[in-house]
Design a protein around this ligand. Structure first.
Ligand code: ADP
Ligand code: MG
Length: 329
C-alpha cells in the first residue's frame, strides 16, 4: 500500500470549565497515492476540525491533544510553525467551502497565485505569472489573462472556486484537502467542479481527502470513505460496500435520508435528533441516544470491529464472540 498521509488516533480539543473537550476523538485513517478518501457526516461532526488539523490551521483555542499525522517524512502535530509554512501549499493544500475565506479581497487573483508560487519555488516573477496563467487555464477559466488582473469580487462563486482550485494546485501538492468544496455552489456548477477535480487528479497524480456532508458526492468521487459522528469515526469502508451494505446505524440513517432519485426534493427519512456538542457528549456510544438499535451494552463505548475485508465499524451490533481488532479507528 502506498500511503501518502496517515492519521493515527488523532485527538483535537478545546479547554472548557470541566477540562478539555475533545472535538476530534481517536480518529485514524490513511490516504493512498492517487486515491480519493471521503470523510462524511452531518454538520458539527468534526470534519472541518479534522481537515484543519492536517493543515496546521486549527483555530486559536483548539489544539492537538494526541495522536500523529504523518505526511511523507513529517509528523505534523509536532512540527514548528515555520516548517508548516514550507509544507502548506507544496506538500498539502486545501480548498475551502467558501472561497472568500482564502482569497484576499484586496489583491488581484494573479498577485495572490504568484505570491504563493514564489513562496515555494525559486523562479522569476515573470515565470510565476506565466505559471499562474497556465493554472487558471487548466481549471477552465475563460479570459484567464484578464482574470489575472481582476479582484475576487469581480468573479462568480463558481469562478472563485475554480481560482481557489488553481491556487491550491499551483505548487503541485501531493495531497489536496477539499472541505465541502462545492456545497456553496448550485448543482450544475457543483458537477463541473467535481469533474474538474477528478480530471486534475488524474493529470497531476494527486491524492484527495474530500470532506462532505453529501453522500451523493462520495458516490461520485471517492474510493474509500470514513463516516464521522460526534468527533469519532464510526465506519470505514470502500464506497461500494458502504452503499451496498452499510454497517453502522448512523451510516444506514444517512443513506436512508438521501433524496429519492425520482424526486430530488423528496427525502425518504431523516435521523431524528441532533449531533451532540463536544461539551455534552453522551457516555458510551455517542450515537446511542439517536439509535433505533440501542441496547444496554451501548452505555459502554463500543470497540472497532472489522466486519469484513472492506469494512470496519464502531458498533456493538457487530461484536460476536471474537473480540475486536483494535481500539480506536
Ligand atoms: N473555534 C472553535 N472552538 C471551539 N469549538 C469549535 C470551534 N469550531 C468548531 N467547534 C466545535 O467543533 C465541533 C466540530 O465542528 P466542525 O469540525 O466544524 O464540524 P463539521 O465540519 O463536521 O461541520 C462542533 O461541535 C463545533 O461546535
Ligand atoms: Mg465543516
Amino acid at each position: 500500500m502506498n500511503e501518502v498521509l496517515k492519521v493515527e488516533d488523532l485527538e483535537v480539543g478545546v479547554p472548557t470549565e470541566q477540562g478539555f473537550a475533545n472535538i476530534v476523538n481517536g480518529v485514524s485513517f490513511s490516504l493512498e497515492k492517487g486515491k480519493t478518501l471521503g470523510i462524511v457526516g452531518e454538520s458539527g461532526c468534526g470534519k472541518s476540525m479534522t481537515s484543519l488539523s492536517l493543515m496546521g490551521l486549527l483555530p486559536p483555542a483548539v489544539s492537538y491533544r494526541g495522536g500523529t499525522i504523518n505526511l511523507k517524512d513529517n509528523e505534523l502535530t509536532s512540527i514548528p510553525k515555520k516548517a508548516w509554512r514550507k509544507l502548506r501549499g507544496k506538500d498539502i493544500a486545501m480548498i475551502f467551502q467558501e472561497p472568500m475565506t482564502s482569497l484576499n479581497p484586496v489583491y488581484t487573483i494573479g498577485s495572490q497565485i504568484v505570491e504563493l508560487i514564489l513562496n515555494h519555488r525559486k523562479i522569476s516573477k515573470k515565470d510565476a505569472y506565466a505559471h499562474a496563467l497556465k493554472m487558471l487555464q487548466l481549471v477552465g477559466i475563460p479570459r484567464a489573462e484578464e482574470v489575472l488582473h481582476e479582484y475576487p469580487h469581480q468573479l462568480s462563486g463558481g469562478m472563485r472556486q475554480r481560482v481557489m482550485i488553481a491556487m491550491a494546485l499551483s505548487c503541485n501538492p501531493e495531497v489536496l484537502v477539499a472541505d465541502e468544496p462545492t456545497t456553496a455552489l448550485d448543482v450544475t456548477i457543483q458537477a463541473q467542479i467535481l469533474e474538474l477535480m477528478k480530471s486534475l487528479q488524474e493529470e497531476l497524480k494527486m491524492s484527495i481527502l474530500l470532506i462532505t456532508h453529501d453522500l451523493g458526492v462520495v458516490a461520485e468521487m471517492c474510493d474509500k470513505v470514513v463516516v464521522m459522528y460526534a468527533g469519532e469515526i464510526v465506519e470505514e469502508s470502500t464506497v461500494i460496500e458502504l452503499f451496498e451494505s452499510p454497517k453502522h446505524p448512523y451510516t444506514k440513517g444517512l443513506i436512508a435520508s438521501l433524496p429519492d432519485i425520482e424526486d430530488e426534493k423528496e427525502y425518504l427519512s431523516s435521523i431524528p435528533g441532533t449531533v451532540p456538542s463536544p461539551t455534552d457528549m453522551p457516555p458510551g456510544c455517542r450515537f446511542a441516544p439517536r439509535c433505533t438499535f440501542a441496547h444496554e451494552q451501548c452505555r459502554q463505548a463500543p470497540p472497532v470491529v472489522s466486519v469484513n475485508q472492506e469494512s470496519r465499524t464502531k458498533c456493538w451490533l457487530y461484536v460476536k464472540e471474537e473480540i475486536p481488532v483494535k481500539e480506536g479507528m
